[in-house]
Design a binder for this molecule. Structure first.
Ligand code: SF4
Ligand code: SF4
Ligand code: SF4
Length: 353
């Protein structure tokens, strides 16, 4: 049985026993790509592949929509990658997802191939992809090749796809109850052997990326140069699960100016580049959300100009989150950095002892 079949079997049983009213998983599309899909019938499992190595967007955005008005009455099973699970944790903390009647099933993630490599090509078989990923990061997105959070341990159920016999693991009481009711065997203590090699390689890649960005993107001039090709389409923002404002300041009338102001700006800057407001948009977005950025790279996948926006945000977020001793989405119990104010921070911010 393939790894995906093992998860699909669980899905089939959960629907058959009416333990869930729906399942959110990845389903292959007619153009050989894949999209997230909410299915409610066993027959709709045909063509689903929860482990397909393709990232059509962060599923947390869909779950936000699913629970925005009210959570579902029936239980929903959501199958998702570790970076998506971490986005969910942040969005629950930010009151964007109502975490009721949802069972989260996460899996050890080998990474996903870039969207640009998929167009017109068949996505590799997910089962084979796992064995390739054990030894190489060559085919996956840079954001994945530098991701060391390949095991999610914040959901209800984990699927340890890199371990011997790929067991399910129950992380919460809800997960345990669910697996028991299904009659599926599971373990309760995580094993890590299968991931050690991958994680060590990913940390090395991550350090190399940060060294490169420190040289190429650090400082305002370099940052502006990195975004030189930006067409200000805001795709990165729309696809980011953490950009949560219902009305974006950068799309509001506050960014409209009288004609004379443009002349004035052009005189001051010795020529005004169009589209305008690029720097303020990217730096503004960074200041709004890097405490919660989960380095999923959905922004970069959505960028038509191939700007390494996800890698840049990942690097900025790593630095920002280090200051707050916070790791976005890793722990339910850690409070959002900007929601708390520690006494010692008063001196840091004001300089007053
Ligand atoms: S960023 Fe990490 S968790 Fe997300 S798809 Fe890539 S390897 Fe998987
Ligand atoms: S900024 Fe990019 S990498 Fe960070 S959470 Fe948003 S989409 Fe993911
Ligand atoms: S998606 Fe790319 S081109 Fe569009 S605003 Fe973001 S960085 Fe610029």
């Amino acid at each position: 049985m393939s790894l995906s079949d093992k998860i699909n079997k669980l899905c089939e049983q959960a629907l058959e026993k009416e333990m869930v009213g729906g399942i959110v998983t990845l389903k292959k599309t007619a153009d050989d790509s894949a999209m997230h899909c909410l299915i409610t019938e066993q027959s709709e499992l045909e063509g689903t592949d929860p482990l397909i190595p393709f990232f059509p967007g962060n599923v947390a955005n869909f779950v936000k929509k699913l629970t925005r008005i009210t959570p579902t009455t029936d239980k929903i099973l959501v199958i998702l990658r570790p970076c998506e699970m971490r986005a969910v944790v942040e969005m629950v903390k930010l009151a964007q997802i109502q975490n009721q009647n949802i069972i989260w099933l996460t899996f050890d993630c080998p990474g996903t191939i870039p969207r640009s490599d998929v167009r017109g090509e068949k996505i590799p078989d997910s089962h084979e992809f796992f064995s390739d990923a054990m030894n190489s990061d060559d085919k996956i997105r840079t954001i994945c090749a530098t991701c060391d959070y390949v095991r999610a341990d914040t959901g209800d159920i984990g699927f340890l796809s890199f371990e011997q016999d790929a067991p399910f693991i129950a992380y919460t009481e809800q997960g345990k109850k669910f697996l028991n009711e299904l009659g599926i065997e599971f373990i309760e203590k995580a094993v890590t052997d299968g991931l050690d090699k991958i994680i060590a390689r990913r940390i090395e890649n991550e350090n190399k990326l940060y060294d490169k960005l420190n040289k190429q993107v650090k400082g305002i001039d370099n940052l502006v140069a990195a975004f030189a090709g930006c067409v200000n389409c805001h795709n990165c923002m729309t696809n980011c699960p953490i950009c949560i404002c219902r009305e974006c300041f950068f799309e509001s009338e506050a960014m409209d100016f009288a004609g004379d102001m443009f002349i004035e700006l052009a005189r001051r800057k010795k020529g005004l580049r169009a589209p305008t407001d690029l720097g303020v948009f990217h730096i503004g977005r960074m200041s709004h959300m890097t405490t919660s950025c989960v380095s999923c790279g959905a922004c970069e996948e959505a960028c038509p100009e191939k700007i390494i926006v996800g890698q840049i945000f990942k690097w900025v977020a790593a630095n920002v989150q280090k200051v707050f001793d916070y790791s976005a989405g890793k722990k339910w119990e850690d409070e959002l950095p900007l929601k708390t104010f520690c006494e010692e921070e008063l001196e840091q911010v004001t300089g007053i002892e």
